[in-house]
Design a protein around this ligand. Structure first.
Ligand SMILES: Cc1cc2nc3c(=O)[nH]c(=O)nc-3n(C[C@H](O)[C@H](O)[C@H](O)COP(=O)(O)O)c2cc1C
Length: 359
């Protein structure tokens, strides 16, 4: 069985180790969703990850509702990303862009208009807006005739990702955002070809994946799902059947790798009431499977030893430890992440976590 320190091919991407950096929204772009110079330092510091999955990055203005999150729909955003990806490459690393449409979790104050979703029902709770939070608004149910334009937005973002120097993309189909809203039966109340049966609810995920594959090639496309349990207002009555079908559809689309965020009961990032679906997904998807949530080096290695996954993505440990790969490899102590500065602007709690002294 492989070690976390062994290389792995994720499609066209040759990762020198199996310790991936999970996607982490940090809110350090500007109000036009253009990356800022401090993001260059942040990602460069983490270039020893087997692969960096970028923070979630908006594919369109209406799809982006997180204050100070970056985008990939404008030329200015592409230009802002170029020095980031160049710095990662110069430091010997690899980086893919996580492509994000937040659906009904976008507030008009940030997205500039009424959000779209699988449904016209508002999400429970509050949206992040500049300067605080406001209750989620009722979205408009996307019309089936509008899907081609949505696919165009994904394709443009994927083209822009390569133009910006990314090594590929990860489709964000997790965590209660647009594609997850279509997948799950508590947020998909449609009566058209995108609602009802599992095949219909998986349709949008499949079409977006097919389009990304057609646009930049299957070997540059990965996907993230969060199969087990409620997240940000989405839930499903039969997650096992749904997400196994989703994995089969991704197998058919040919995407190069699949990442799952599956917190265990008792996790401090989501408290699912559903057992992990990854054993069934492993059987349905033949290419590399990456697991995430609440791993450390020992648990990650045990998971590889058990044959349950091919690589592990680490989130919060990478926030606090730019040299996490070295620390895990040497068994060195870790810095603790400070949640107070997860989404604040500026360098504090962003680029000032110390690395170990040079060996
Ligand atoms: C500050 C923060 C930002 C996050 N942003 C994203 C994101 O942009 N996209 C995403 O898919 N998940 C995001 N997540 C979830 C992480 O990728 C990961 O699933 C979670 O932190 C659990 O993994 P960990 O236990 O290794 O931290 C975020 C988590 C945190 C703590």
């Amino acid at each position: 069985m492989p070690k976390l320190t062994d290389p792995i091919a994720l499609g066209a991407i040759h990762a020198p180790n199996r310790m991936l950096m999970a996607p982490l929204t940090r809110g350090r772009a500007d109000t036009h969703a253009v990356p800022t110079p401090i993001m260059i330092d942040y990602y460069r510091q983490r270039a020893t990850a087997g692969l960096i999955i970028s923070e979630a990055t908006g594919i369109s203005r209406i799809g982006l509702g997180w204050p100070y999150a970056p985008g990939l729909w404008s030329d200015a955003q592409v230009a802002g990303w170029r020095p980031v990806t160049a710095a990662v490459h110069e430091a010997g690393g690899r980086i893919v862009a996580q492509l994000w449409h937040m659906g009904r979790l976008v507030h008009p104050d940030v997205g500039g208009g009424q959000p779209v979703s699988s449904t016209d029902r508002a999400a429970p709770g509050d949206a992040h807006v500049y300067g605080g939070k406001k209750p989620y608004v009722a979205p408009r149910a996307l019309l089936a005739e509008e899907v081609p334009a949505l696919l165009d937005d994904y394709a443009r973002a994927a083209d822009n990702a390569l133009a910006a120097g990314f090594d590929g993309v990860q489709l964000h189909a997790a965590n209660g955002y647009l594609i997850d809203q279509f997948l799950r039966d508590n947020t998909n109340d449609r009566t058209d070809g995108y609602g009802g049966s599992i095949d219909n609810r998986v349709r949008l995920l499949g079409e977006v994946s097919d389009r990304l594959v057609a646009t930049i090639g299957a070997d540059r496309v990965g996907v993230r799902l969060s199969p087990n349990g409620e997240t940000q207002g989405v839930n499903d009555s039969d997650p096992h059947a749904l997400f196994t079908a989703a994995a089969r559809r991704l197998e058919e689309a040919g995407v190069a790798w699949l990442e799952l965020r599956e917190p265990e009961p008792g996790s401090n990032f989501g408290k699912p009431d559903v057992a992990p679906v990854h054993p069934a997904i492993r059987a349905a998807f033949s290419r590399p499977l990456v697991l995430n949530s609440d791993y450390d080096a020992a648990k990650g290695q045990a998971t590889l030893d058990a044959g349950e996954a091919d690589a592990i993505a680490f989130g919060r440990p990478f926030i606090a430890n730019p040299d996490l790969v070295r620390r895990y490899t040497e068994g060195a102590p870790l810095n603790e992440p400070n949640p107070r500065t997860f989404y604040t602007q500026g360098t504090e709690g962003y680029t000032d976590y110390p690395a170990l002294e040079a060996a």
